[in-house]
Design a protein around this ligand. Structure first.
Ligand code: ZN
Length: 268
């Protein structure tokens, strides 16, 4: 695509999606085309198990603009153990793996035992710091425990993905040096506190994401989410912050590239 064809369009980055999931079967190519048409030049494809992390890295190796990560989602933490850790570590050590995660704590659904989630999250934090890779953190109804564990690993780099909390809760993560990524949830009318956080987040720490196929932003709410819809979230956050969408797209894409160590360009 030429620069002219991109004129007037956003150039943005979906900092978190799971496009390897079955929801995109039979629609993968068109999904990528729709993302391109909305100016989504890059995507971070986030693994949630050893298996899907392999798939994420494989997809990224075959599609320009996609970048894979490796980690064990807190919902999957029951699989935490030596065999899983060995597999994940080998994946994270690959040159093309851009982050550790997603990992974290989910006390809302609590699909895996708390002890397993805590052990897994600690392991991911330690690995991220050891390898100087960013960690992608999932935290739901677990703010106190999440920030406590993050503080056990000073110097760790990373992002609070799908940040749904308010401005006060955001502060300690910023102090810990983390980036904050806003998802479609920020566009929901009931998300007042989260919208305040989106206005207050410093320019150099702000990311946007879809978390596709989950959490489609307004006006797609309730449908399958996809990376193209990242533009809707970006425009919403730009309006909240009183800035031009194109400028915010550039800022957030640059932040994503800095965090994950990527070169920006057409199909970054
Ligand atoms: Zn996710």
């Amino acid at each position: 695509m030429t620069a002219d064809a991109n004129a007037g369009k956003l150039a943005l980055f979906d900092s978190h999606c799971h496009v390897f999931r079955e929801e995109f079967e039979g629609d993968f190519g068109p999904m990528l085309d729709r993302a391109s048409a909305e100016g989504v030049l890059g995507m971070i494809v986030v693994g949630t198990t050893a298996e899907t992390s392999e798939v994420a890295l494989d997809l990224a190796s075959r599609h320009p603009g996609l970048h894979g990560t490796a980690g064990l989602h807190p919902h999957e933490a029951a699989a935490f153990g030596d065999a899983t850790c060995a597999r994940l570590r080998a994946l994270v050590e690959r040159d093309d793996c851009v982050a550790v995660g997603e990992s974290g704590l989910d006390w809302f659904k609590e699909w895996a035992p708390r002890e397993a989630q805590l052990a897994s999250f600690r392991w991911h934090l330690a690995l991220a710091r050891e390898l100087d890779q960013p960690i992608i953190i999932h935290s739901r109804d677990a703010h106190d425990d999440t920030i406590e564990l993050v503080r056990e690993f000073p110097g760790v780099r990373g992002v609070m993905h799908c940040f749904v909390m308010g401005e006060e809760e955001m502060k300690p993560y910023l102090e810990a040096g983390l980036y904050i990524s806003f998802s479609g949830i920020v566009t929901f009318p009931g998300s007042r506190a989260n919208q305040a956080a989106a206005r207050a987040c410093p320019d150099d720490r702000l990311l946007v994401e879809t978390d596709a196929p989950f959490l489609a932003p307004v006006p797609h709410r309730g449908k399958r989410n996809e990376p193209a819809f990242c533009a809707d979230t970006l425009r919403f956050v730009a309006r909240e912050r009183g800035v031009e969408p194109a400028a915010l797209a550039q800022t957030t894409a640059a932040n994503t590239a800095r965090l994950f160590g990527l070169q920006l360009g057409a199909r970054a």
